[in-house]
Design a protein around this ligand. Structure first.
Ligand code: NDP
Length: 387
C-alpha cells in the first residue's frame, strides 16, 4: 500500500459527505481526512472532526464559527469560517482529492479553485458542471486534473469506459428509477405533498436531490453532467427508466456492443471507486442476488407529465448560459416547494418562465455565469411570489 490519499470533503455533514466518511473509516490505510466543511450543522461537524482529526474544518455560516472554534482549537484543528474559506482550503498541499459534496451553485467556485490547485476532483456536486461545464472541462484539461464522477450513473459509465480509451462512444443510456411518482398523472401530481416527494423508493439522499428525483430534473441535470464529463453531444445521451435501480447506466460503442455496470443501490460504492481509482478496494457492501430480481424492466420517461426533463434536454441542446438559468430557477423552485410556497406541478413553471425571460449568452465567461445565476434567482423569486 502506498501513502494514504489526503481527502477534503466539501459538504461533510450531508448525505454524500457522511457516506464518504464511512468509506474512509473502513479504509484507514488508504485514506486520511484533511479537511471537513459544513454550512449550518456545527454539531455534526464538531463530532466528525473529533473522530477523524482533520487538519482543518470550515463552517460556512460565520455565526457558528465561535461554537466550532471553542471545541476544536484545543484539539489542534484549525477552524475557518465563511464561503471564501472553502476556495482557499482546497489548495492545501496535503490534499490529493477534493470531494465536492455541496449542493447547488455553491460548489462552483471551490471546484474551480481545487482544479486550479491541481487536485483530483471526486465530483458529486453535479450542479457545478450543469452551470459552467465548458469552463470546468477546459480548466481540468489545461491543468491535467482528473474529474472522477461520484454520481452513480456517471460512475457506471466511467467504469464501463476503463480500457476503452481508443474506442469512441456511440451513445450512453442514463438509467432512472422514475422516482416516487413514476406512472402518476398530472391530476395526482398536482396534489402531492413534500412529505410524499421526499420519499424516494431506492435511494436515501439529501432533500434537494430527492425532490429533483421526484420531478425528474435530477435526470435532466445528469444528462448535462454527462455531456461535459464524457465530451458527448446531446443526441448521444438517452434516458431509460429502470425502476429496480440495479443497472446504473450503459455505454453503447460503435460496433453496437453495450456495457452496463450493476450493483445494489449504495452510494458508498461510487464514492469509494472515485477515491481508490484506478484500483478497487475490498468492501463488505451487500452483494446483489439475481434471484431477488427475477426481472429487470425498462420504460420511456414520461416527459409530457415530468416537464422538467424535457426542459433540461432543451437547455442542454441550446447550451450557452441556458443550463445555468435552468439550474438557478430549479434551485429556487425546489426551495419554494420545500417551504410550501408552491405546489409540485408549479416547479416546472418556474423553470420554464425563467428560461423564457433571461437573456441568452452564447459563450459565457465565469462572470456571465455568476450574473446569469443572480438574475435568474431574482426573477424566479419574483415569479414564485406571483403564484
Ligand atoms: P445534502 O443536502 O445531504 O448535504 C449537503 C452538504 O453541503 C451539507 O454538508 C451542507 O451543510 C453543505 N452545504 C449546503 N449548502 C451549502 C452552501 N451554500 N455552502 C456550503 N456548504 C453547503 O446533499 P447531498 O449529500 O444529498 O448532495 C450533495 C451533492 O451530491 C448534490 O450536488 C447532489 O446532487 C449530489 N449527489 C447526491 C447523491 C446522494 O445520494 N445524496 C447522489 C448523487 C449525487 P450543512 O448540512 O452543514 O448545512
Amino acid at each position: 500500500m502506498g501513502k494514504q490519499k489526503g481527502i477534503a470533503i466539501l459538504g461533510a455533514t450531508g448525505s454524500i459527505g457522511t457516506q464518504a466518511l464511512e468509506v474512509i473509516e473502513a479504509h484507514p490505510d488508504a485514506f486520511l481526512v484533511e479537511v471537513l466543511t459544513a454550512n449550518n450543522n456545527a454539531d455534526l461537524l464538531i463530532e466528525q472532526a473529533l473522530k477523524f482529526k482533520p487538519n482543518v474544518v470550515v463552517i460556512s455560516n460565520e455565526v457558528l464559527y465561535q461554537k466550532v472554534f471553542d471545541v476544536l482549537d484545543a484539539e489542534d484543528i484549525k477552524v475557518y469560517a465563511g464561503h471564501d474559506a472553502l476556495n482557499q482550503v482546497v489548495e492545501m498541499d496535503t490534499i490529493d482529492i477534493v470531494l465536492t459534496a455541496l449542493v447547488g451553485f455553491a460548489g462552483l467556485k471551490s471546484t474551480i479553485s481545487a482544479i486550479d490547485a491541481g487536485k483530483t476532483i471526486a465530483l458529486a456536486n453535479k450542479e457545478t458542471l450543469v452551470v459552467a461545464g465548458d469552463i470546468i472541462a477546459a480548466l481540468a484539461k489545461e491543468k491535467r486534473v482528473a474529474i472522477l464522477p461520484v454520481d452513480s450513473e456517471h460512475s457506471a459509465i466511467f467504469q464501463c469506459l476503463v480500457g476503452e480509451n481508443a474506442n469512441p462512444i456511440e451513445k450512453i443510456y442514463l438509467t432512472a428509477s422514475g422516482g416516487p411518482f413514476r406512472g402518476k398523472d398530472i391530476d395526482f401530481l398536482s396534489k402531492v405533498t413534500k412529505e410524499q416527494a421526499l420519499k424516494h423508493p431506492n435511494w436515501d439522499m439529501g432533500a434537494k436531490i430527492t425532490i429533483d428525483s421526484a420531478t425528474l430534473m435530477n435526470k435532466g441535470l445528469e444528462m448535462i453532467e454527462a455531456k461535459w464529463l464524457f465530451d458527448l453531444s446531446a443526441k448521444q445521451i438517452d434516458v431509460i427508466v429502470h425502476p429496480q435501480s440495479i443497472i446504473h447506466s450503459i455505454v453503447q460503442f460503435e460496433d453496437g456492443s453495450m456495457k452496463a455496470q450493476m450493483g445494489l443501490p449504495d452510494m458508498k460504492l461510487p464514492i469509494q471507486y472515485a477515491f481508490s481509482f484506478p484500483n478497487r478496494l475490498a468492501s463488505d457492501f451487500p452483494r446483489f442476488n439475481f434471484l431477488d430480481y427475477p426481472s429487470f424492466t425498462f420504460e420511456k420517461p414520461d416527459i409530457e407529465t415530468f416537464r422538467n426533463l424535457k426542459l433540461a434536454f432543451e437547455a442542454m441542446e441550446v447550451g450557452g448560459n441556458v443550463p445555468c438559468v435552468l439550474n438557478a430557477a430549479n434551485e429556487i423552485a425546489v426551495e419554494a416547494f420545500l417551504q410550501d410556497k408552491i405546489k409540485f406541478m408549479e416547479m416546472p413553471n418556474v423553470v420554464e418562465n425563467c428560461l423564457n425571460k433571461i437573456n441568452f449568452v452564447a459563450k459565457p465567461s465565469l462572470n456571465d455565469y455568476v450574473e446569469t445565476d443572480n438574475e435568474t434567482r431574482i426573477f424566479a423569486k419574483e415569479f414564485v411570489k406571483s403564484i
